[in-house]
Design a protein around this ligand. Structure first.
Ligand code: ADP
Ligand code: ZN
Length: 737
């Protein structure tokens, strides 16, 4: 739909005066024209420094100048950076993402450049090699000069300081030779020792189904045209082994490979497996990297030296010159949706990237998103099924615990059945995990005297008690207060009561029940960054821990062979509310949590504590009948004409003054596009009607699949005056609806 983005192929730099459009990493509506000084050789995609007002910025040459500004007023490009130009495909991708998400192209460019930070792209060093032999005749050869020339006679180019050191002379000698033209400069990007992944190493012997899946992936890579394939198989079925074969094929073809993972699934284990299969580690891209590491990785990608990149969603915006395959593991994961700044779903944008680049993409999941499942059903995507766990390992047995009958004692949260199962597990010397997707000690603090609930002043949210840290905290903004002794509403002392459990409270209960077991909390409070997560995963694997209590941080991808029991403390969390995605999301999360149990020769057990044992999600989990659950969910979506059967976009209106926000939301409601096919819902309070001090209203636009909603929305927005204090954000394909 957006294939007609302006391309730089038409760039004609010979026409005087030479001007080019440079896109800046700022939320500006378009690229600005700059003059190309005669001294500079500038081509499309070049990274350049340009003036903007009093500032100097890093920008990218986007295309021919548009000519809006008179020649005389044009400001010149300052310098060109010596890095490989941004590939044309990458520029088209940035334009496409901007058009699709309705974000300014410069805002998308900013994501793409965030890696390099500030204005300096990675700098090359100058090295020297032998130059024009004719020049040698004109030169008086001193012994020092001869030693330098000998060093270069049959070696690679070398930096001057190094040459001088080895030749036992001053750097001036080397520079003198360069000035005389006997040596010529070459730009070297600081070369790190980059072991290349070796695709010729043998993988494991694949089972029949695995082998045919691998053959399909190899064929898709060989086709070298766009295709999307859903690789669908239960946890432990060998999906990773199968897609490693796809990686091997793309490497053999000489291309680059991108593997996107949810950040927290990027485990040491995954990296070790990759290294075992390909003989060296892939390039990683995640939030734990230092600035220097990010720049080095960015450069390795840009030069093509990085053959395999594995990373979180932003790895999609690295400038691959020769990408041949994209893999998205855990493709259903909500963390692929970025909700700030440029609002996009990395999975969907990756499909677009594959389409633009004419390459295959593989979506991998044990619990595919409904969108991908339906796309596969409709044959828009190919499908590879791996129905069985590898090596005959069985899927864990899932059982419901009806909390109305199997009741925990007062102010306790673990049912007797679950406590018994934990006791048995520890007696066997095995590990257990309790899952509760709630950080802190208690989600709500209530005054027993007046009924007051402690609420965040900036958000529609309760303050969560974090007893270990001695504070009450809002999980949406930075608001934090010390634990209170007195009710702020009625002044009663000692009347504040913690209601409901968070993981800290479960840990307290477990400490009473099993004082001898080694337990660990695994949440984003206790584990900051991928390194801490990896360390915790290692401790569990090395059996330094008997019982793991955690949130979804530990639900993803880790393989714990001794873990045979999983208890879900509150399976109903997330099923409430009117969100059409709630059932799907809860199913995926619980299935994934369950997948942690019993992956090796030991059978696993999963207990789901619930007050709603009849709920279809829980029934689907215990019966293992995924297909009918997906079918029913799909029917529901179809019935409501919701994605992927219809298109959906949200407008979020936000600002600090509630009245102004309401006024803008109502104005948008009044001037909404009127048409038979397009339906507008709202304005209504957005989920979190108050967030970080901003009042929020939401309008939803629903349209048939055939309608392109972006032009409708652009037109809609152009008809409404929005004061500077109010922001209107467009969210195409909102995750929750
Ligand atoms: P998934 O990605 O579907 O969860 P994995 O690829 O991680 O599955 O496989 C689960 C476990 O089984 C891993 O330890 C993996 O090495 C092993 N495995 C899978 N297939 C094979 C095979 N054909 N031969 C040997 N080990 C295998
Ligand atoms: Zn808050």
């Amino acid at each position: 739909d957006f294939d007609d983005a302006p391309s730089s192929r038409d760039l004609d730099l010979r026409a005087p005066p030479r001007r080019v459009a440079v896109l800046l990493p700022l939320p500006l509506p378009e690229a600005y024209d700059y003059k190309v000084p005669a001294s500079l050789d500038i081509g499309p995609g070049d990274y350049v420094e340009v003036p903007l007002g009093p500032r100097h910025l890093l920008g990218v040459v986007w295309g021919p100048g548009a000519g809006g500004v008179a020649d005389g007023k044009l400001r010149p490009i300052g310098q060109r950076f010596d890095v490989p130009p941004m590939p044309e495909i990458h520029r088209r991708f940035i334009d496409w993402v901007a058009a699709y998400t309705m974000a300014p192209p410069g805002a998308v460019l900013r994501m793409a450049l965030s890696a390099i930070g500030g204005m300096e792209p990675p700098k090359p060093t100058t090295a020297y090699q032998l130059g024009d032999p004719a020049r040698l005749a004109e030169l008086r050869l001193t012994p020092a000069r001869r030693r330098v020339l000998d060093l270069l006679a049959d070696g690679p180019p070398r930096p001057p300081a190094e040459l001088a050191l080895d030749a036992g002379c001053g750097v001036g000698v080397v520079r003198g030779l360069a000035d005389a033209g006997v040596l010529e400069p070459v730009l070297l990007y600081p070369s790190r020792d980059l072991p290349k992944p070796d695709w010729t190493l043998p993988g494991p012997n694949l089972s029949g189904e695995q082998a045919s899946g691998a053959a399909t992936l190899r064929a898709r890579v060989a086709d070298a045209v766009f295709s999307a394939t859903l690789l669908d198989g239960v946890t432990g079925s060998g999906k990773t082994e199968v897609y490693f074969e796809g990686i091997a094929a793309a490497l053999e073809a000489g291309g680059q490979v991108l593997v996107l993972l949810p950040e927290i699934a990027l485990s040491a284990q995954w990296l070790e497996r990759f290294a075992a299969r390909f003989g060296s580690a892939p390039h990683q891209w995640h939030s734990d990297l230092s600035g220097a590491q990010r720049r080095a990785t960015w450069r390795d990608v840009a030069t093509g030296a990085a053959r395999v990149v594995v990373g979180a969603r932003s790895a999609l915006f690295l400038p691959y010159p020769d990408l041949r395959l994209i893999l998205i593991d855990e493709e259903h994961d909500p963390s692929f949706k970025q909700e700030d700044g440029v609002i996009y779903n990395a999975r969907d944008m990756a499909v677009a990237r594959a389409h633009l680049g004419g390459i295959p993409i593989v979506l991998v999941s044990a619990t595919p998103s409904l969108e991908s499942a339906i796309n596969a059903e409709a044959h828009r995507y190919g499908k590879i099924d791996l129905p069985a766990r590898h090596g005959g390992a069985t899927m864990p047995e899932m059982k419901l615990i009806d909390l109305r009958v199997d009741r925990p004692p007062r102010n306790r949260w673990l049912a007797p059945t679950l406590v018994t199962a934990l006791t048995e597990t520890f007696a066997e010397g095995e590990q257990a995990m309790l899952f509760l997707n709630r950080r802190g000690y208690a989600p709500l603090t209530l005054c027993r005297n007046c009924g007051h609930r402690l609420q965040c002043p900036n958000c529609t949210a309760w303050l969560v008690e974090h007893r270990l840290a001695g504070k009450l905290q809002c999980h949406h903004c930075d608001f934090t207060v010390r634990l209170l002794d007195v009710c702020p509403s009625c002044g009663a002392e000692g009347s504040l009561t913690a209601c409901g459990p968070g993981v800290e409270r479960i840990a307290e209960e477990v400490a009473h029940l099993f004082p001898d077991q080694r337990t660990a909390l695994m949440t984003s409070d206790s584990l900051i960054g991928p390194h801490a997560i990896r360390e915790m995963v290692r401790r569990v694997q090395d059996h330094e821990i008997d019982l793991l209590i955690g949130t979804q941080v530990m639900a993803k991808g880790h393989h714990f062979p001794m873990l045979t029991l999983v208890g879900v403390v509150d399976s109903d969390l997330g099923l409430g509310g009117g969100d059409l995605r709630a059932a799907e999301r809860t199913y995926q999360l619980l299935q994934q949590v369950a997948g942690r149990a019993g992956r090796a020769e030991r059978a696993g057990r999963v207990f789901l504590q619930t007050y709603m044992p009849e709920h279809p999600v829980l029934q689907a989990l215990v019966s293992g009948d995924r297909d009918s659950f997906y079918e029913r969910e799909a029917e529901e979506r179809h019935h409501h004409a919701m994605p992927p059967f219809g298109r959906l976009a949200a407008l979020i209106v936000s600002g600090e003054e509630e009245g102004t926000v309401d006024a803008v939301a109502r104005a948008l409601g009044r001037s909404a596009p009127r048409s038979e096919t397009v339906q507008i819902l709202g304005p209504a309070p957005a989920p979190y009607a108050l967030l970080r001090g901003r009042h929020r209203r939401r309008l939803l636009l629903k349209a048939p699949r055939a309608v392109s909603v972006q032009p409708l929305i652009a037109d809609w927005l152009s008809r409404v005056e929005v004061p500077g204090s109010v922001r209107v954000q467009v969210d195409i394909d909102p995750y929750s609806f």
